[in-house]
Design a binder for this molecule. Structure first.
Ligand code: ATP
Ligand code: MG
Length: 274
């Protein structure tokens, strides 16, 4: 069973790319076959995995405008089990395409493009841009579930209602099966009272949507220098500093996601058996 997970939050700099790259890498290190799709013209996920513009001619933009297939633009990363679909600054041009009223099913272009390769992967993670525009709508339209990183800082929950509203609208229209996999508190700093406050607020409003560690504690990603450094080495933190607290958080997140999937499989099997 393969799952498409979009990492979304229209707020900028909250840890979307960091989560897509490091969760993807942690899942791959756990033996899962993973594809990360960079759906952000900023190309941060592409660069974080060590790719630069000379490494590829075509990217997700060419897939969305229909001149390349997804399988044509997949790159193998330097890391086992981890593939990547790169982006390019030219992806901003897609906005124009989307507003072409003659184009049908504009919200489902990415979903359609993923379909033929979906079963090749256990997990496909989509890194989306900091906006609720056409690219994010396509990323959510393509997803089975969404992870929402929340930066543990002032204004953390600002704009969240709008995002949840958008998700609900998509559920009612193009993607009825879309679920919220969870909220992920990022850049948590234990010395900072604001961080604690944000975690309390999240626990109060969305308790059942927070990921848990093995010890049943709320899973947070700590503010960790290794996490911030690793992209400049073109490596996920789970490879660059395996033993760091940041890597540990993403390994825990991967485990929690795989465990939840196993549970669902078991339930489905026992239902079938009656
Ligand atoms: P954008 O909205 O621009 O796409 P984003 O939501 O993808 O941003 P990131 O790029 O993942 O956010 O993170 C923003 C910055 O914070 C980056 O410089 C990143 O390295 C840093 N950062 C993210 N998570 C952590 C962490 N746990 N500890 C330290 N720094 C972090
Ligand atoms: Mg980003």
């Amino acid at each position: 069973m393969s799952e498409v997970i979009t990492i979304a939050n229209q707020k900028g700099g909250v840890g979307k790319t960091t989560t897509a790259v490091n969760l993807g890498a942690a899942l791959a290190q756990n033996g899962k076959k993973v594809l990360i799709i960079d759906a952000d013209p900023q190309t941060n996920a592409t660069t974080s995995l060590g790719f630069n513009r000379n490494d590829y001619e075509y990217n997700i933009y060419h897939v969305l405008i229909g001149i390349k297939k997804m399988s044509d633009v997949i790159l193998h990363s330097n890391f086992k089990n981890l593939d990547m679909v790169p982006a390019n600054i030219g992806l901003v041009g897609i906005e124009k395409e989307f507003y072409n009223p003659k184009k049908k099913n504009r919200e489902l272009l990415l979903r359609k493009a993923i379909e033929p390769i979906k079963s090749n992967y256990d997990y496909i993670l989509i890194d989306s841009p900091p906006a609720l525009g056409p690219i994010t709508i396509n990323s959510l339209g393509a997803a089975d579930s969404v992870i929402i990183p929340i930066q543990c800082e002032f204004f953390a929950l600002e704009g969240l209602a709008q995002l949840l509203n958008t998700i609900n609208l998509l559920k009612k229209s193009i993607n009825p099966k879309l679920t919220i996999k969870g909220f992920l508190p990022t850049m948590y700093s234990s010395q900072n009272n604001l961080s604690k406050q944000v975690l309390e607020d999240l626990s109060h409003h969305f308790k059942e949507k927070l990921f848990l560690t093995k010890k049943k504690e709320v899973l947070i990603v700590p503010r960790n220098i290794k996490v911030a450094e690793s992209p400049s080495y073109g490596k996920p933190v789970t490879e660059y500093a395996k033993k760091s607290k940041g890597a540990a958080a993403y390994f825990d997140l991967a485990k929690s996601i795989v465990k939840a999937e196993k549970k669902i499989k078991k339930q489905t099997l026992s239902k079938i058996k009656g």
